[in-house]
Design a protein around this ligand. Structure first.
Ligand code: MN
Length: 132
């Protein structure tokens, strides 16, 4: 699967300000009045997002590997390929790969009243990632 974008944007490295570890992402650009922003993201083993929120929430479709995800105040849990994860608007969370596998997910960010973007926060520490 390749996400086809109007401006021909190709896979790019996930910025270090947003992620820990090896991350690659394909993004749909914000076109005129988009209904959603769509991203396909590859996480190497142990790689994960920073803590963050989405103004209109987010749905993750786990395509390959094992996803590790946590919501603020809850321990991390693993979600296998085929699983779907939902985050409510402005719910603080993170997601990434299990330590022992890479993981690819599609992320759909509703964008009816926003750009479908992400409010990036602090990195997820190794302790938070391991759930210790
Ligand atoms: Mn998210």
């Amino acid at each position: 699967m390749r996400i086809v974008t109007p401006d021909g944007m190709l896979t790019r490295r996930g910025p270090e300000d947003w992620f820990t570890g090896a991350v690659w992402m394909d993004a749909s650009p914000a076109g005129p009045s988009p209904d959603a922003s769509v991203f396909r993201v590859f996480f190497g083993p142990g790689a994960r997002t920073n803590w963050h929120t989405h103004p209109e929430g987010q749905v993750l479709f786990i395509l390959t590997g094992t996803c590790r995800v946590a919501r603020e105040g809850e321990p991390p849990v693993n979600v296998e390929a085929g699983g779907v994860v939902y985050f409510a608007p402005n719910e603080k969370h993170w997601h990434g790969a299990d330590p022992d596998s890479y993981m690819v997910h599609a992320a759909v960010n509703p964008a009816a009243n926003s750009g479908g973007g992400t409010n990036w926060l602090e990195p997820v520490t190794d302790r938070q990632y391991s759930g210790a």
